[in-house]
Every structure is written in C-alpha cells, then in structure tokens.
Design a binder for this molecule. Structure first.
Ligand code: 5AD
Ligand code: SF4
Length: 511
C-alpha cells in the first residue's frame, strides 16, 4: 500500500491546484535527465526507472536544460548529499518557470524522508516518490504533464509509511521492491549487473536513516532472483552483484524451505554464463560459517567481503548500537582468514561520532592496522534528524577535528593498501575485463585509434587492475602479471596462453 496523496497547498506559480484526469500528453520532447546520488541500490533504482521510461520512448540526455523530464534520485545518509540535491533543484527553478512543459520529480531516500517538505523548499517539483513506489514514476510523469498542459499543478506524494506508523505488515507492504526485467541495451555495462536480493534494514544503527528511508527488511524469493539472473546471463552478463543493505542477513522461505545467502550463492553458481558473483554490503554479526564455506567451495564467488566495522572503539560502537564489539569483529576476521585465506575485506568508518575522544579515534586507526582492510570508505559523522543519535547526542566534534581525523584514517588506509597491493608484484591475477580504463577513455578523445588500449577490470579479490590490451577482451577473464601498484590499483601486463607456453614460466597465482 502506498500513501499517495495530492498536496492542496497553493502554489504561487499555478492557476489551479486540482488534479486533471490522467490522459497522456504527447506534445513534449522525450529527453530525460536524471541525477543520481548515493549507493549502488540507488544506481540500480535509477537504471530500472530509466529502462522503463526508455521503453516509453524517452531518451537520456546529459543536458538538463533541454530535458523536459528531470528526475533526481536522492540520498539522505549524510546531510551533504541532500544539500547537493536541493541546490540542483534551486538551479532549475528559473528553467521550470520558463518552460511549463518541464516535469520535475524527486525520488529515493530524501523523498521518503522529507516528503512534503520538498514541495515547500522546491515548489517547482511535481512529484515526490519514495524508494518503495518507484513503479509509479512513469504514471506520475504523465499525470504532471496533463496538469501542466491545463495550466494546473498537482503535487503528488507517493511514499511508504514511517516505521512507527502502523503494524509491521502494513509498513512492510508500503515498501515494494522494484525489479522489472531489463533490456540488454539499457544496462550501463553489458557484462555486469546489480541484482537486488533484499530491501530495507532492521538493524537501526543509531546514526542511520536507512531503516526509515528504505523501510523494513524484506528478502526477495530465490525463484524470482534466479530467473532474473538467468535472463541477465542470456543477455551476456558475466558478473552479478547481489545487493542488500545487510545482504548476508538474507532469509526467505519458499515452498517450505528456508533459503539463506549461502543457498542463493549455490543456486546462482549453476547459472551458465555467469563467471563471477559478488554481494554487498555485509553485516558483521551475520557473517556465518555456512556463507564463508559457500564462498570457499564456489569458484565463481569473489574472495571479497565488504563488512563495515564503523569504529574501532567499543564505547563508540555501543553509542552506535552496532550490536558487536571489536573482539566480536576480530573473531569474525579469524574465521574469514581461516576459511578463506587471501580473501580481501573492506570497511566503512565514521569519524567524529558524538563522544569520540582522541583515544577512541586512535583505536579506529589501530583497527585499520590490525585488520589491514583492502580499502575503507571513511565518512565524517553527519547528524540525521529522526535518528536515535540525533535525539540522544549533541554533534559535538568540531568540523576541523572531524576533517583531521578523516585525513589520518585515509592516510593510514592508503599506506596499508599500497603495502598489501605490493605483495602482488610478480604474481598473476585473474581479471574480469570491464573495458577501457578511465584514463584510456579520456585519451581516446584526442588520440588516433590503436588496437591496444589501457583496459581495466577487477581481480577475484576485487582489486582494480589496469593493463594494455585489445578492447575486445571486455567481458572475458584474462590473466595479468602485476608489475607495479598504487594504493588503489594493480598495474600489469596481460599474459596470453602463448606467452605462458613459450616462456614456460609458471607464475604463482593470487586471487
Ligand atoms: N553520518 C556519517 N556517515 C554515515 N553513514 C551512515 N550514516 C551516517 C551518518 N549519519 C555511513 C556508514 C555506512 C555508509 C553507507 O555511510 O559508514 O556504512
Ligand atoms: Fe544503516 Fe546500520 Fe542498516 Fe547499515 S546496518 S543500513 S548502517 S542501520
């Protein structure tokens, strides 16, 4: 059930505020501009909405001025992300006044969080659609267009229920997973695809808005997921990344059988054409041995886990309500290293959480030294209205201290990443080739065609690898010998089978 209502508040720019019947207006261009901020879940949502609109004749443009349909897919995890969207909306105000055919929609986490407030802050917005109502976007665009054509404006709000606004079942039903099948040409990469396996979150970390913006945790059925993966494989996808806010908490009962993430990995592993299976993001307490053993036993599963520790100090972890201690995390790391030697692990950290002392910050640095993460995403604490942390604590760490601690974490992480990457020099890694590297793409703007280009891909332990090769290798697995590294990248030479034969050299293979 979605809460869809019409806002009757008077808009200074409109003549009337009542809604017109939802006929379809065709007198407009079909240029669609979409701005997406936030996580992979948002990237997938945007991809699916764009795919649906393309089927209806829309085409993407990078030029917001020429687009008569403008969408913002928003993030609320940190305040900065919201500011970005509100200033983009501000810049559109004049354009919307000048071109009454322009339809503007705000979707995603900020839509769910701010709801009607968005119409107050940005009166040119036609509709606000939450994370659980994305199937309604096309209809809302048509409706807005009909209203514009009759010089009316009805501000439509389609959002899920708040976490305290009803029985769990009602709240859950108000967040619908949006997973229509995609056409091959509508994916950003032909060889890689995100597949949603769950939505929502029930962990309620004290600092985080996700449990309210994405609703209760819900796992999709394995049958539906498997058939989506099969379609993707038929379309040429080689790598699927399974998405969930706490992806390893996946649980679904179908036909009387309980499926966990480990079961799902086995099912997907059997899909012909799929070479690699990844999943993000994991929650430390749900990293069970059955999952680690499935990764060990399934060659297509990547040896990579993104399991945010968030902080290295137990006191702060307690304020955060993360539900584990550093010692619990250490036990998990021991199990990972025992069952999956060589598996890389990455983390997220928050610096400057209320109550973080210099001593507790040092403990976060110490945890980076101890756990030697492949990489860490480090965020300055941002107070989020409506969260337990905002209710209970004052955001008391000054910005300069947050910045300094952030830089210290980054510097240390870079040092560790570079040292661990250096271990790969002289070794061979198997790379799923994604295509030209960013620098190759830039250079190709002004250089003559050549057969070899700088390509990029990822190793089985999720390290970025660049090397020169034929762009036709995109989508295939290639063996690359590593000759140099940076903190973020392995740089190498491609090894063909011939080369391996002729040289007779057998290089040790790392993941
Ligand atoms: N402030 C700063 N960082 C946050 N994150 C989540 N909420 C906040 C917040 N209020 C970070 C966490 C999470 C990542 C996606 O964003 O580290 O893992
Ligand atoms: Fe937010 Fe915690 Fe859920 Fe992650 S596990 S989405 S940090 S509430």
């Amino acid at each position: 059930m979605s809460q869809s209502e019409e806002i009757t508040q008077q808009d200074p720019e409109s003549v009337q505020t009542d809604s017109a019947p939802a006929d379809v207006v065709t007198d407009h261009n079909h240029k669609l501009y979409i701005e997406t901020v936030g996580c992979q879940m948002n990237m997938l949502d945007s991809e699916l909405v764009v795919a649906d609109l393309r089927k209806r004749g829309y085409e993407l443009t990078q030029n917001v001025k020429e687009a008569e349909t403008v969408l913002f897919n928003t993030c609320s995890v940190r305040e900065h992300a919201e500011h970005k969207i509100y200033s983009s909306l501000g810049r559109l105000r004049y354009g919307a006044r000048k071109n009454p055919k322009k339809v503007i929609g705000v979707m995603g986490c900020m839509a769910q969080k701010d709801q009607k407030l968005i119409f107050q802050k940005a009166p040119q917005v036609d509709f606000v659609v939450g994370t659980g109502q994305l199937a309604q976007v096309a209809e809302l665009i048509d409706k807005a267009r009909v209203n514009h054509s009759q010089n009316r404006r009805s501000r439509e709000l389609a959002v899920g229920l708040g976490r305290k606004d009803g029985k769990r079942e009602e709240i859950t039903n108000s967040f619908q997973s949006y997973d229509p099948l995609r056409d091959p040409e509508m994916r950003p990469s032909p060889y890689q695809a995100f597949v949603r396996i769950m939505i929502g979150c029930d962990k309620f970390c004290s600092y985080c808005v996700v449990p309210s913006t994405r609703g209760p945790e819900q796992s999709r059925g394995p049958r539906e997921i498997l058939s989506e993966v099969k379609v993707l494989a038929d379309q040429g996808v080689k790598e699927v990344t399974l998405l969930g806010q706490t992806v390893n908490s996946y649980k679904h009962t179908q036909d009387g059988k309980l499926y966990r993430l480990s079961d799902l990995l086995y099912l997907i592993h059997d899909v012909e054409g799929i070479d690699r299976i990844k999943f993000v993001t994991s929650y430390p307490k749900d990293m069970t041995n059955d999952l680690l053993e499935a990764i060990r036993d399934l060659p297509k599963a990547t040896r990579y886990l993104h399991v945010p520790l968030q902080h290295g100090c137990d006191d702060v972890l307690k304020y955060m309500k993360r539900g584990y201690t550093v010692e619990d995390y250490r036990d998990m790391m021991h199990r990972i290293n025992e069952i999956l030697p060589g598996c890389s692990v990455s983390s997220d950290f928050i610096v400057g959480h209320p109550g973080e002392t210099e001593e507790s910050h040092q403990k976060s640095l110490e945890s980076i030294r101890e756990f030697r993460f492949k990489n860490s995403f480090i965020f300055k604490y941002s107070e989020r209205p409506g969260t337990k942390a905002a209710e209970r604590f004052e955001d008391d760490i000054p910005e300069e201290i947050k910045k300094r601690r952030n830089n210290e974490m980054l510097d240390l992480q870079n040092e560790i990443s570079e040292a661990d990457n250096a271990e790969f020099i002289g070794r061979q890694v198997e790379v799923l080739v994604e295509g030209p590297s960013k620098s190759a793409l830039k250079a190709s703007d002004d250089s003559a065609d050549s057969l070899a280009e700088q390509l990029m891909g990822r190793s089985k332990c999720d390290r970025i690898v660049v090397f020169d090769g034929n762009p036709r290798l995109a989508g295939s697995l290639a063996d690359v010998e590593v000759i140099d590294v940076t903190p973020t990248t392995l740089i190498g030479n491609i090894i063909t089978r011939e080369y391996q034969h002729q040289s007779g050299a057998s290089l040790p293979i790392l993941q």
